[in-house]
Design a protein around this ligand. Structure first.
Ligand code: GLC
Ligand code: CA
Length: 561
């Protein structure tokens, strides 16, 4: 397997709106990030992924871009951005930008032109269709943010497609002029020295020809349906990515990760097999669905270790020889991992470290989401008014206001799955607003900031922060963490995820207890062969004879043989 910097990388995701405010307007910004670079360097991460900082009316917090080549006013200027890039590079950290090219904002000049008339030269930059007879929509697809995926536009009376909000019209990738314009824009940033690109919902860019309606016998006339089978991993997506690679990516030494909801292992191999020249890795979503019932994301059900492990294992094995995994348990779209997969009460610190051990010892590139490294938790705002996320607000309107589901059920689902769990401001210290802002924060803080914050973590040698720092340091020292072959042990254990990594004549054993009670493992041969502990989230090494027992949420990485 070829050794590359992006396999060895540890990525830290910054959600700029919530990271650090520098001017008291309650919104995080680029100067704020600049003030925190030493912190990132201390942690040891090698790449920073910035969620979008481009000009945007912020219908979806920057994932609706109105100018791809300029910076959002609230975040600063292109100058600030250049300063940030230089600051990162001075510290040996690479910069990965977010690339949102499945859709733009409806306020992008391309769309303003496109909607102005049917024969405007930009008309074909977006996906326009006439309505059906009797005012029917062009098809029955629903938007991922609730309601129909179509919006009728007054000027021409036609509908445009928006898989996300109505302020995020989908770009028409069938149009070669549009593709060329996007590649030019990508080169603009890469020429400035950007080191990586995270491609937003990149597997949605090719829609099935004719945009067929979902056919299903249970669908009532006029009822909406997902439609994902007609736009996820669509017919021309690999052709487009290979073209993009040829036209832009291959000309730079650039790290790429595609966000690919609905991608299977087989799809992921097609996207990331090095010989195919598309992307280096993808964010798959299967493990993010372990706690979703048949009703989808908001139909929250309990998950089991077996369910989670089966998925992660399948991906480890599936991408062992071709392709490469990205490793994540949370990001700006997901609840906090310690609340979801660990214990954010009594065992918060132990379970955060246990999950970190998983992320850094599976094979792939780990992604840390801001605040994860101090064990930040989900928030339970009591009132809907405290939430700002368009996905939450649209879903609530559809299900409660219009659909009649009861408020408490939905509020509970928001508490466990809502994206704002991840977006409450970064907790820097115990002073008012956690040192995030001197003004009024755009989204309320998690009240636990007085107890969980960076200042506290840096003062405590046993903190989650220092455990991450150690994992990252180990990764830089031990190629086995990056390139070692993965092998599963105890595939049926109810609470323990156990595996080995092997590189040449080196072998590591990883034991992770996902339970809040002690658990015993039957691994006599392996445990007898243990010659030392690499890292563990419990201070003292257990005596040789009780090595087979793992304490609540214990994680142990040992050298064997
Ligand atoms: C991706 C982003 C998410 C955004 C959506 C639309 O899933 O991660 O935040 O809302 O795409 O751009
Ligand atoms: Ca600000």
């Amino acid at each position: 397997m070829k050794r590359t910097f992006w396999k060895e990388a540890v990525v830290y995701q910054i959600y700029p709106r919530s990271f650090q405010d520098s001017n008291g307007d309650g919104i995080g910004d680029l100067q704020g990030i600049l003030a925190r670079l030493d912190y990132l360097q201390k942690l040891g991460v090698t790449v920073v992924w910035l969620s979008p900082v481009y000009k945007s009316p912020n219908d979806d917090n920057g994932y609706d871009i109105s100018d791809y080549e300029d910076i959002m006013d609230e975040f600063g200027t292109l100058r600030d951005w250049e300063e940030l890039l230089a600051g990162l590079h001075e510290r040996g950290i690479k910069l990965m930008m977010d690339l949102v090219i499945n859709h733009s904002s409806d306020e992008h000049v391309w769309f303003v032109e496109s909607r102005s008339s049917k024969d405007n030269p930009y008309r074909d930059y977006y996906i326009w269709r006439p309505g059906g007879p009797d005012g029917a929509l062009p098809n029955n697809w629903s938007s991922i943010f609730s309601g129909p995926a179509w919006e009728q536009d007054e000027t021409t009376g036609e509908y445009y497609l928006h898989l996300f909000s109505r302020k995020q019209p989908d770009l028409n990738w069938e149009n070669p002029r549009l593709r060329e314009a996007l590649y030019k824009m990508m080169a603009f940033w890469l020429d400035k020295g950007v080191d990586g690109l995270r491609m937003d919902v990149i597997n949605l860019i090719s829609k099935v020809e004719g945009l067929p309606s979902v056919q299903h016998e249970d669908l009532a006339p006029g009822e909406l349906a997902g439609g994902g089978e007609y736009y996820m991993n669509g017919p021309r997506v690999h052709e487009y990515l290979q073209e993009m690679n040829r036209e832009v990516l291959s000309k730079y030494d650039v790290m790429t990760v595609g966000e690919t909801p609905g991608a299977t292992v087989e799809d992921a191999i097609l996207y990331t097999d090095e010989d195919r020249h598309e992307l280096q890795m993808v964010f798959q979503f299967e493990h993010m669905d372990v706690d979703s019932g048949p009703g989808g994301k908001w139909n929250v059900v309990s998950w089991t270790l077996k369910g989670l492990r089966d998925i992660l294992h399948k991906w480890q094995v599936g991408l062992a020889d071709k392709g490469w995994n990205s490793l994540y348990l949370n990001n700006h779209d997901q609840p906090r991992m310690v609340s979801r997969f660990g214990d954010d009460g009594k065992y918060r610190v132990q379970s955060a470290k246990m999950l970190a051990t998983l992320l850094h010892t599976l094979k792939g590139t780990p992604y840390i989401y801001q605040g994860e490294e101090i064990g930040m938790t989900n928030v339970k705002f009591p009132a809907l008014e405290d939430y700002k996320d368009i996905e939450i607000l649209n879903m609530y309107r559809e299900k409660v206001t219009e659909g009649g589901t009861d408020h408490d059920t939905i509020l509970q689902a928001i508490h466990s799955k809502g994206r704002d769990n991840a977006r409450t401001p970064m907790q820097w210290n115990a002073s008012s607003n956690a040192g995030f802002t001197t003004g009024t924060p755009w989204l309320k803080l998690n009240p636990r900031y007085t107890e969980i914050n960076v200042e506290q973590a840096l003062a405590d040698p046993d903190s989650v922060f220092y455990y991450y720092q150690e994992l990252i340091r180990l990764r830089k020292q031990h190629p086995i963490m990056v390139y070692g072959e993965y092998e599963l042990l105890l595939p049926e254990h109810e609470y323990i995820y156990a595996y080995t990594r092997t590189l040449d004549d080196e072998k590591w054993l990883i034991l992770l207890n996902f339970g809040d009670t002690p658990q015993t493992v039957e691994l006599t041969d392996e445990l007898n062969a243990v010659t030392g502990t690499i890292i563990s989230n419990y201070p003292e090494e257990p005596a040789a004879m009780d090595r087979s027992t793992l304490r609540p949420y214990e994680a142990r990485v040992c050298r064997i043989g």
